[in-house]
Design a protein around this ligand. Structure first.
Ligand code: PGA
Length: 252
């Protein structure tokens, strides 16, 4: 059975105190839930990772990073390496978020390098991708998603896929309040699984968790998560509110 995942991407929100408060409140809110086969993840900003790891210690909440540089070390002012993340106890890193691609010029090529660094360091990645509104309007969304995945991930050996979680996030649905319908999400997730099966095999495709992201809220989570190829969600805005995030966790 595939692992279910609800991951909160906090983006550039929450200072140190707020990060601790949110993790404490989340812990209180979900401690009596049975999280069967479900991972609950939060991604605070770099500067609050250590504190957040401490706050989440002895709970089922996992703390992951929002990004990482591909180089081992060196003259990359403002960047963070895999080794730095590992040294404080981070095991998972989000890569390729649309905001990184749009505002920080991340490309399929640089993301392929980051994925290679993830694997060299025995880390895991939540790898994000998704089409723009114009791609969907021109019915290019399948082609765009296929190229994003193949350019950054299809150089991997089959065995490496155990370290990959996919997150389909249509850019037009991120932070806009507009969600893909459950049918649109399922259609794309099924397509993604089919291209992974074609490139590798059914076993790899059936094992990879594919999350949906883009304006997931307690009100729409259950319907989206009910689809057979949707294994959870990557949550932005609603992850900053304990009641909303708990509602989404309960929906899974
Ligand atoms: P959103 O963000 O839930 O606020 O739309 C999702 C994301 O960017 O991962």
């Amino acid at each position: 059975m595939r692992t279910k995942i609800v991951a909160g991407n906090w983006k550039m929100n929450n200072n140190e105190k707020e990060s601790i408060q949110l993790i404490d409140a989340l812990y209180e809110s979900i401690k009596n839930e049975t999280l069967k086969n479900t991972r609950v993840i939060v991604a605070p900003t770099f500067v609050n990772l250590s504190t957040s790891l401490k706050a989440a210690k002895n709970s089922e909440i996992e703390v992951v990073a929002q990004n990482m540089h591909q180089a081992k070390n060196g003259a990359y002012t403002g960047e963070i390496s895999a080794d730095m993340l590992k040294a404080i106890g981070i095991k998972t890193v989000i890569l390729g978020h649309s905001e990184r691609r749009t505002y920080f010029n991340e490309t399929d090529a640089s993301l392929a390098e980051k994925v290679a660094t993830i694997l060299e360091n025995d880390l895991e990645t939540i790898f994000c991708f998704g089409e723009l509104l114009e791609d969907r309007k021109s019915e290019n969304h399948f082609a765009v998603v296929e190229s994003q995945i193949s350019n950054a991930l299809f150089q991997l050996e089959a065995g490496a896929w155990k370290s990959i979680i996919l997150a389909y996030e249509p850019v037009w649905a991120i932070g806009t309040g507009e969600t893909a319908s459950a049918e649109q999400a399922q259609e794309m997730h099924e397509f993604i699984r089919s291209i992974v099966a074609k490139k590798y095999n059914k076993e790899v495709a059936d094992a990879v968790s594919i999350l949906y992201g883009g304006s997931v809220k307690p009100a729409n989570a259950e319907e989206i998560f009910s689809k057979p190829d949707v294994d959870g969600g990557l949550i932005g805005g609603a992850a900053l509110n304990v009641a909303d995030f708990t509602g989404i966790i309960k929906a899974i």
